[in-house]
Ligand binder design. Structure first.
Ligand code: ZN
Length: 166
């Protein structure tokens, strides 16, 4: 008899293999040799994918189509900003394609994606590179285990049996 408890649900550590494809059929991302382990119900993965994995069992293979609103968000207009280079901390990795986190005046953390770097200025985009896109995930649920107290406190999965950061 199948175990009712070994189902993707809140606070389980779920290991998946996945391939992420754009609407144009371009492969954007995929798991490596080892599956991706994440803590379910803690927003470790995009909401639409998390919602569609819920209730699955180890060995299940399925395709999840995730609209932008449940993926990386709709694309905001006028989200590209030119910022003087000296406004960044000296150790900031100012390279094209790097994601930085900045604190807005109201204290909220916002993501910035670097588009272009010159001697004087940095062109950033407040949109996630995949904002506005419908995402297709081909997913295989590899395994599911209980999380540790530490993982639940941290809000993410730890390698192996979940004790420590490895
Ligand atoms: Zn941790």
């Amino acid at each position: 008899m199948a175990s009712e408890t070994n189902t993707v649900s809140a606070d389980k550590v779920v290991s998946i293999h996945y391939t992420l494809t754009s609407q144009e059929g371009e492969v954007l991302d995929r798991s490596g040799n080892d599956p991706l382990a994440y803590l379910h119900g803690h927003q470790n993965i995009v909401p639409g994918l998390e919602r569609q994995i819920a209730g699955k069992n180890p060995g299940d293979k399925f395709q999840a189509v995730v609209e932008a609103a449940e993926g990386y968000g709709e694309r905001m207009p006028d989200a590209q900003k030119t910022i003087p280079r000296e406004a960044f901390p000296a150790d900031a990795p100012l390279r094209e394609g790097v994601q930085l986190t900045a604190q807005a005046p109201d204290g909220q953390l916002i993501g910035l994606w670097i588009l272009k770097v010159s001697d004087e200025e940095v062109l950033v985009d407040l949109n996630h590179p995949l904002a506005g896109q419908t995402l297709t995930f081909d997913v295989e649920v590899v395994s599911i285990r209980e999380s540790t107290e530490e993982e639940r406190a941290h809000g993410h999965a730890h390698p192996g049996d979940g004790h420590g950061h490895g």
